[in-house]
Write a protein that binds this ligand. Structure first.
Ligand code: ADP
Ligand code: ADP
Length: 228
């Protein structure tokens, strides 16, 4: 079974000014350990597709599955990172990473070893007791990635995770992301505005078009990528 599948998925937003068909008849299959990028103009439905995968939104028609099971709510199977990691400002780095476990009543002991290992892997070990405002933007995004991966999810979803960072930090973060997801054998879906970034990082690039949201190209990236 594919890791993620969309079957005739449609999502229409109903607003005061009428309907927006954000996704129309999306059929999609993503294999385990695949690194897929979603590109396309603003408003073409990329975030909507990701929200459906995360169980943070529901389709109006069709079905979204992760590991063959219908996605009906957020779960530990899927981790998500947004453009802004929105850490809790009064909690330490480690506490931020453990926070989802605390609010879901998962024993922290079950998550802490993985959290510590991830913080080390991402070079944040020395900062685990610091507060978010003491970190740079790149470091805060790394904390967001640790938080998303602390539950060993099957799928990592990234919605323009590094777009707020300067170009140099972004390049560093991309390489780090590749190393990390390769070592964890992670299935990844990345939203990016940069086709260059998509080609550099992914096994496969999906191009979306607005009005209505559709996948208009599905490109396999045939060359060797760094460290993958
Ligand atoms: P991006 O292009 O980075 O996906 P958007 O500006 O399209 O960001 O969307 C940002 C947030 O606002 C999303 O959570 C999206 O669901 C919501 N949003 C986008 N368009 C509308 C709209 N027309 N009405 C209400 N919410 C919207
Ligand atoms: P993208 O991520 O590619 O920028 P989105 O998935 O955020 O696109 O949005 C797709 C379309 O749906 C856009 O036209 C956006 O304005 C609209 N939209 C997104 N979220 C909402 C919402 N909560 N309410 C109404 N319209 C929305």
């Amino acid at each position: 079974t594919p890791e993620i599948s969309f079957r005739h998925v449609g999502r229409t937003y109903r607003g005061r000014s009428g309907y927006t068909e954000a996704l129309q008849h999306i059929d999609l299959s993503i294999a385990q350990n695949e690194f897929v990028s979603l590109v396309g103009p603003s408003g073409c439905g990329k975030s909507t597709a990701l929200m459906l995968m995360a169980g943070l939104d529901q389709p109006d028609s069709g079905q979204v599955e992760v590991e063959g099971k219908k996605v009906i709510e957020p779960s530990d199977r899927v981790g998500i990172v947004f453009q802004d990691a929105t850490l809790l400002p009064w909690k330490s780095v480690m506490e931020n990473v453990l926070y989802p476990a605390r609010i879901r009543g998962i024993p922290v002991k079950r998550v802490e070893p993985q959290a510590a290992a991830l913080l080390e892997l991402l070079g944040l070990e020395r900062f685990k007791d610091r507060l978010p405002h003491e970190l740079s933007g790149g470091m805060r995004q790394r904390v967001g990635i640790c938080r998303a991966l602390a539950y060993s999810p099957r799928v990592l979803l990234l919605d323009e995770p590094f777009s707020a960072l300067d170009a140099l930090t972004r390049d560093e973060m991309n390489l780090l992301l590749l190393e990390l997801t390769e070592s964890l054998r992670q299935t990844v879906v990345l939203i990016t505005h940069s086709i260059q970034e998509a080609l550099l990082l992914s096994d496969r690039v999906l191009v979306m078009s607005a009005r209505p949201g559709r996948i208009i190209a599905d490109i396999s990236v045939p060359f060797e990528r760094p460290r993958r």
